[in-house]
Design a protein. Sequence first.
Length: 431
Amino acid sequence: MQGPVLGLAGFGAVLLLIALRIPVGIAMGTVGALGYGLTYGWSSLAFVLGRAPFDSVFPVSLSVVPLFVMMGVFAGRTGLSQSLYNLVAAFIGHLRGGLAMATIGASALFGAVCGSSIATAATIGRIALPEMRRHGYDDRLAAASVAAGGTLGVMIPPSIMFVVYGLMTENPIGKLFVAGILPGLLGTGLYMTAVRWITWRHAGMGPAAERHRWRERLRGLREVWQVVLLFGVVLGGMYLGWFSPTEAAAVGAFGALLLAAIGGALSREVLAKGLIETAGTTAMIFMILIGASVFNFFVDATGLTQAMIGFMRDLGWGRFEVLAAMCAFYILLGCLMDSLSMILLTLGAVYPLVKSFGFDPIWFGVLLVTLSEIGMITPPVGMNLFVLQSVANIRLETIAKGILPFVAADVVRIALIVAFPLLATWLPGRM
């Protein structure tokens, strides 16, 4: 077995190890090391194992990862998520399906300081699900709205997914953050539309809650000034050129700590637990980065990337046929593994193909993150579905039945991003 065929076999071996519950970083690193040894010899492998792990975590730009993780961890410990949910529910909770739409809106706002899909779904789910159940919401709609809303955490900046994509492809992280704003707002609107469609067909699934007075709504606005300030300083500073992404991450992490202290939520115990959670999440991400680096050495050695480009050109496919094939590939792959691992596993081979067909790398980054969002809510391995199952003790089949309209909303969003690239490129082009 030689060349590109060996590369394809390597991808299959990684997926098999993941299916056997081997951690993703270890699976990619093991297959990459063995594959490289078979391709170039075991003496060359020692050089790769000495260089790849260091090169993958050495760049100072990677410091944005623990800093943005810290920002999300401490923002989530200040009670901000409860205030955000109460605010949106006060404005639209009286509509049919309003509490489900409030869940989606609160998830989008919380994503502006979190950057993690799983953390957003878990945090908002603990608040929104009991409230929706109290008002008689069907579990299918309640759980699905939390799972879908959670995916907005990786699109609304700051996003760990955009950080990883930018570092691996050497694209500016600040532009990627700004590029995610309009698609993130579009996704929020489409998810709310899905809720309205569900409750239009089945009114009993999402009954209206009580209407709040304007005094209560204005009080809610005063309680969320933190997220507005933090989001505005971090993203606005990058957009205006005041901060680099690394500096913005540091400002965001310090700001989250400061807001937690001002709000009286920063005890010694909270600080210790927050730092441990930050370290654990960062270590997990870095382990996957190291495994992906070793695996990409192997993929490059097999010549798989050039073989893929040549194969696509020999087929005579145009740009959009290639794009449609990549979209189908990522949607199917998202059913089998988590989104960060999926991107790290495939980007080394796919990105040269993207460049060879002339796609805008910033636009493709937004499209790729959108595709990964579908994977987060698609059975059988949609991570957000499992998060909701553990948080709310709802059967996985129940959540999966309710998620289909939201998956359809994501397909519409992908079609709009492909048809109107300016949704992803207009704001970055003005920086």
